[in-house]
Design a protein around this ligand. Structure first.
Ligand code: SF4
Length: 337
């Protein structure tokens, strides 16, 4: 069976958070390459190891324990596409910890490590910003389309997959893929950590299986500690979305204003400043939120503008935790605030 059929049969989806079918992305790059004139058929492979979302640590864990498999998955992609070169776009702190090990594993391969600049921030992990970083340009998102699959590094078709995705490609190719995924669990729970378990667990089952289901009143943020959706404890019979992370918040330990302020501060710091809705909007949201009497109508209006008009997904994702908190948790718990 060829590699695309194996990936398709395994049902692999991207594990960077978008769940995009891997076979579609690989096929799109192969097609873009085939559409070029014979002399211009150059392409690249990038392993996105930026992992900048707070509360998500599974890519670092995979690189620490299974780097050989990740590199094997990249080599399979490079062979499949006859790519010029591969890059591991590596989180600065992971590089400090793993550079020696990775460098040894990459010997005599077409793959090199590109260290994500320390000032690249959260947006430095967005796929088109990664292209800019490697090309030495300002690290900010590009207008899409064109997508990297057709016009990526130096204008060439480029396959960008996440660490866990390449790990899964390696397993699928060896007929060892067992429908598992990695989850990161953090927050007010006794057994924080990264777990490899079946990929179809509900949030509730995952918390129970890892002995993290709280005995106190709580809410959970799913998919990342910055951009993840917030759910109350009656909404946990749904699958774990995004990058597979859960943050548990005790209602008694956490003041909701501090929690929202942390989200706003994070996005103020991480906005690349390219577009006004995000650069100015999040700043204004924070300003309104810090007033003694919050103008909720204006606050909500700005949130809608932010998700509707931001240039890249970061602006919209800044609204997800706040909107879902206000919808799912605030009315139940803080009616009298
Ligand atoms: S939404 Fe705009 S300012 Fe915010 S990170 Fe994206 S491009 Fe930069």
């Amino acid at each position: 069976m060829d590699i695309l059929s194996k990936i398709k049969q395994a049902g692999l989806v991207g594990r960077g958070g978008a769940d995009f079918p891997v076979v579609k992305k690989w096929s799109a790059v192969a097609k873009a390459l085939a559409d070029k004139d014979a002399g211009e058929r150059k392409c690249y492979v990038i392993c996105n190891s930026a992992e900048g979302e707070p509360g998500v640590a599974k890519d670092g864990y995979i690189l620490e324990h299974f780097a050989d498999k990740v590199i094997d998955g990249m080599k399979i992609a490079i062979d499949f596409l006859s790519a010029e070169k591969g890059f591991i776009y590596l989180n600065y702190s992971y590089n400090k910890k793993l550079n020696k090990k990775l460098t040894a594993l990459l010997k005599n391969s077409k793959i090199e490590i590109f260290i994500k600049p320390i000032n690249a921030g959260y947006i430095g992990g967005e796929e088109s910003a990664i292209l800019n970083a490697i090309e030495g340009k300002k690290i900010e998102p590009r207008l899409k389309p064109p997508f990297p699959t057709t016009a990526g590094l130096w204008g060439c078709p480029t396959l960008i997959n996440n660490v866990e995705t390449f790990y899964n490609v390696s397993l699928a190719t060896a007929n060892q893929y067992a429908n598992k995924r990695f989850y990161t669990i953090t927050g007010d729970c006794p057994n924080e950590g990264v777990y490899e378990l079946q990929d179809n667990l509900t949030i509730e089952k995952l918390l129970n299986q890892t002995k993290n289901y709280p005995k106190f009143i709580f809410f959970a943020q799913v998919g990342g500690n910055a951009s993840g959706e917030v759910l109350n404890s009656s909404q946990l019979k749904r699958p774990v979305s995004g990058a597979g992370s859960i943050v548990v918040y005790s209602l008694t330990k956490n003041n909701f204003k501090k929690v929202i302020k942390n989200w706003l501060d994070f996005f103020i710091n991480e906005s690349c400043g390219q577009c006004a809705p995000c650069r100015e909007g999040i700043y204004r949201l924070n300003e309104i939120f810090m007033k003694e009497k919050i103008d909720w109508a204006l606050f909500n209006n700005l949130l809608d503008n932010l998700s509707d008009t931001s240039f890249c997904a970061l602006g919209g994702s800044a609204t997800i935790p706040i909107k879902s908190f206000m919808k799912n948790v605030y009315p139940q718990i803080y009616k009298k605030e």
